[in-house]
Design a protein around this ligand. Structure first.
Ligand SMILES: Nc1ncnc2c1ncn2[C@@H]1O[C@H](COP(=O)(O)OP(=O)(O)OP(=O)(O)O)[C@@H](O)[C@H]1O
Ligand SMILES: [Mg+2]
Length: 231
């Protein structure tokens, strides 16, 4: 389980997260929702180690990880699908997938067939350059690359942003399948309420660096949540 408690995060003198707490459990999808610029990506930076926190604690599988470098958190099973995907444009699809090997022992450095079961489109495109894929295909590649790391915590930052509806459906099916296997905790950042709501067991809503609503999906009032997301 991921346990985030009372985390503050600053950019210089500006505060982006204020005493933020959340939990993400194995076998469940936890959705972090909020409008533009409220601190969703900052929360993921805190969890992955891409930006230091200024107060609070982050525990993963019972151990404090708040001060570990990014690669050490990745080695402990935390994989990040960044906002905007960050596919390497000049590397082929296969090479992009292979970058996920970095955290695995040498004998496990093979692309499992199940990656292609989850994302059949990638199999047909292995030699194509990442930059030549459509936005939706790049998103699938970014998720596949994260899964290559065999994560126990998968964090996804707005995977539906700028993606066509048919691929959003495919991505939703993959997330639901991963959840149903019960082997990883999934932390999903979204602004797209309906997508998040279909997948989430727990919802946390951020507004300007504060948690303003949190709870099990069935205990939250949908109108309340939607109101926090509309501009
Ligand atoms: N590297 C940075 N340096 C300074 N300020 C930053 C930096 N990154 C984000 N911020 C600021 O911190 C706040 C939270 O940004 P963050 O990217 O976490 O929001 P977000 O909820 O992910 O937004 P979006 O939905 O647009 O992705 C914003 O006010 C943003 O301008
Ligand atoms: Mg963001």
């Amino acid at each position: 389980m991921l346990e985030v408690d009372n985390v503050d995060l600053h950019y210089g003198a500006a505060i982006a997260l204020r005493k933020v707490s959340l939990r993400a459990e194995i076998g469940a999808v936890t959705c972090l929702l909020g409008r533009n610029g409220v601190g969703k990506t900052s929360m993921l930076r805190a969890i992955t180690g891409a930006h230091p926190i200024s107060a609070g604690t982050i525990r993963w599988e019972g151990q404090e990880i708040s001060r570990l470098p990014t690669y050490e958190r990745a080695r402990r099973g935390i994989a990040w699908v960044p906002q905007g995907r960050d596919v390497f444009p000049l590397l082929t699809v296969r090479e992009n997938l292979e970058t996920g090997f970095a955290v695995l022992p040498r004998r496990e450095r093979k692309i499992p067939d199940e990656i292609y079961d989850l994302f059949p489109v990638l199999k047909t495109m292995l030699r194509r350059r990442g930059g030549d894929l459509s936005g939706g295909q790049q998103q699938q590649l970014a998720i596949a690359r994260a899964l290559i790391m065999k994560p126990r915590l998968l964090v996804l930052d707005e995977p539906t942003e700028g993606i066509q509806p048919s691929i959003i459906k495919d991505i939703g099916r993959v997330i639901a399948l991963l959840r149903s296997r019960g082997e990883m905790a999934i932390l999903l950042v979204e602004q797209y309420f309906d997508f998040a709501n279909e997948l989430a067991q727990t919802i946390v809503v951020l507004d300007r660096g504060d948690v303003v609503l949190a709870g099990r999906r069935e205990d939250l009032d949908e109108t309340d949540v939607r109101r926090r997301l509309s501009v």
